[in-house]
Write a protein that binds this ligand. Structure first.
Ligand SMILES: Cc1ncc(COP(=O)(O)O)c(C=O)c1O
Length: 389
């Protein structure tokens, strides 16, 4: 038996169902509940003193824990509500024409398969030109002297393909553009080192492989940039002396200037329980297990004659395997009724995302159920099922 299966007891939901949706909302660690109770106890017993006893600093101290997981230096990550907010803060650094080479640098080279929320944000900016390209290779070719930002995903949400980040960063820097790496689908399952990647910014959240729950988005800023960029989306936590309540803005040094207002304290309590487990297990061990589990899934699905729509080769394979079925929404609905929790994405297939705590037996049972649903036609009674979580 794999030693990582010993962790199953720490994730209560695993006793009730086959939980293969870790690319969406990973299982809650039992410790998260205890952390939330601790938050409530602080609020109840310590009241306003809680700010000085840890709460105020949490966007930075929790960010430091994430930094350890992602190969970043302490003091380079701050916590935010979600990726969309983090990307807006990045964008806000380039709001003045001077920073955009007198307004001539207004292109965002954008990979079509990025998460849509990020795309909507850039599309909604009247002064930016969004150049959407097909894949990571095309991004390199599209970056030119008019390119301001290159938002890319480390692992694509729709088909879990790992993107080749280094050539993009190299080209962007040659052309004077900035790379924003969205690590939401890689953090906690694919090892990476933000310092070595030399990206300018990185963003992500915690609901997926980090097992940290909603409301704990994060923003990494390369240390030299954090000292000199001036985000125009800023608030009192980003001031050099927030408690002086001065009328004029003076940016805090380093990554703190990328903060806004009052932090989302309960979410940060919950998130740290997930990061603790990920740190304890280690992303390298998680990746080894993930590759074994996803390979087993691929083999089982292929043996059953089903079509796989995610990458097979380990170097391009993230944590999720996608499989096509005659009617993904209906098959997904039937799987749910049989206690198998997964999801699907339009034109992509059913997504099966095992984490380190899933067992080989769960995968065998899932594929057996999937084959039965497809071959028996049991999914037909859900025809017309709509997309949902
Ligand atoms: C790659 C990626 N980026 C971003 C998001 C979500 O963005 P936000 O935190 O703004 O909801 C997701 C999924 O929810 C995702 O898969």
């Amino acid at each position: 038996m794999d030693e990582l299966l010993a962790y199953r007891d720490r994730f209560p939901i695993l006793a009730d169902c086959t939980y293969l949706i870790n690319h969406s909302l990973a299982a809650m660690p039992a410790a998260a509940e205890a952390r939330l109770l601790e938050y409530a106890r602080m609020w109840r017993e310590r009241g306003v003193r809680s700010w000085g006893e840890g709460w105020w600093e949490m966007p930075v101290t929790i960010g430091d824990q994430l930094a350890r997981i992602m190969g970043a230096a302490p003091g380079t990550i701050v916590m935010h509500q979600n990726v969309t907010v983090a990307e807006e803060i990045v964008l806000s650094c380039f709001r003045t024409a001077a920073l955009r080479d007198g307004g001539t640098r207004n292109r965002v080279v954008y990979e079509e398969a990025n998460f849509p929320s990020v795309r909507y944000l850039y599309q909604a900016q009247p002064d930016l030109e969004v150049v959407a390209v097909e894949d990571d290779r095309a991004i390199v070719d599209a970056i030119d002297e008019r390119t301001l930002l290159v938002p890319i995903s480390h692992v694509l949400f729709k088909n879990a393909e790992i993107q080749d980040v280094e050539p993009i960063v190299r080209r962007a820097h040659e052309m004077g553009a900035y790379v924003v790496l969205d690590c939401y689908q890689s953090a906690g399952v694919v090892p990476f080192d933000l310092t070595a990647l030399n990206v300018d910014f990185a963003v992500g959240g915690s609901v997926k492989w980090l097992c940290g729950g909603p409301g704990a988005g994060w923003l990494y800023v390369r240390p030299d940039l954090a000292e000199r960029l001036e985000p125009t989306f800023v608030g009192w936590q980003g001031h050099a002396r927030p408690f002086a309540f001065e009328p004029e803005l003076e940016y805090a040094p380093g990554v703190r200037r990328f903060l806004t207002g009052t932090p989302n304290v309960p979410a940060l309590y919950a998130a740290s329980a997930g990061y603790d487990v990920i740190e304890e297990v280690g992303v390298v061990r998680i990746r080894e297990r993930s590759l074994r589990l996803t390979q087993l899934l691929i083999d089982l699905l292929e043996d059953a004659g089903l079509e796989i729509s995610s990458p097979r080769e380990p170097a391009r394979r993230g944590g999720t395997v996608l499989v096509r079925t005659p009617d993904d929404p209906a098959v997904h609905r039937e799987l749910g009724e049989r206690g198998i929790v997964c999801d699907f994405r339009p034109d992509a297939g059913i997504r099966l995302g095992p984490h380190f705590y899933n067992s080989e037996d769960e995968l065998r049972q899932t594929v057996a159920q999937l084959v039965d649903i497809v071959e028996s036609g049991a999914f037909a009674r859900h025809a017309g099922a709509a997309a949902r979580f």
